[in-house]
Design a protein around this ligand. Structure first.
Ligand code: RP5
Length: 164
């Protein structure tokens, strides 16, 4: 029995997705949010996806991030099996450069929402930041950390403008 506490469960369809999905994990790590990455596919290992999802919920996961390329529908399958929020990151690559993944993630039929972010690295970072925003609703310390992150980001832009 795994007693490790998890706040965000991350799923990706293939090891080849790791460089992008790691961008989300890095953001969560920087806010000290316990997370776990699982490489499991909705079509190659559907039962393992569901079993792992149930395990992560028992470990306290409050929301899930799911990422897959092509029309792999991983985020939708996860959303079908949980009542927690699911954040989807479409991935580029493949013959359609991510448009297939974007549409299969964003165009969920009514009733089972998947909050969908940009294709690739920006989407991975924004999904993780959105997860921080959700979790910070009930966590004053995290909320303060997020304020500091945004303030620092703004200061960086102003500094670049002043130095030009
Ligand atoms: C999807 O198919 C994965 O998420 C990945 O983005 C894509 C290609 O997978 P591999 O052939 O690299 O394993 O299921």
């Amino acid at each position: 029995m795994n007693n490790k506490q998890i706040k965000v469960g991350i799923f990706m369809g293939s090891k080849s997705d790791l460089p992008i999905v790691n961008e989300a994990a890095k953001i969560l790590d920087s806010f000290s949010i316990p997370n776990e990455i699982n490489i499991l596919s909705a079509h190659r290992s559907p039962h393992a996806v569901v079993k792992t999802l149930e395990k992560l919920e028992k470990q306290g996961a409050k929301l899930f991030i799911a990422s897959a390329g092509m029309a792999a529908h991983l985020a939708g399958v996860i959303a079908a099996h949980t009542h927690k929020p699911v954040l989807g990151i479409p991935l580029g690559g493949g013959d359609l450069s991510g448009i297939d993944s974007l549409l299969s993630t964003v165009q969920m039929p009514k009733g089972i929402p998947v909050a969908t972010f940009a294709i690739g690295k920006s989407g991975a970072i924004n999904a993780a930041l959105f997860a921080v925003q959700i979790l910070s609703q009930n966590d004053e310390f995290l909320s303060k950390q997020f304020d500091e992150y945004r303030t620092a980001q703004t200061a960086e832009v102003i500094k670049i403008n002043e130095e030009k």
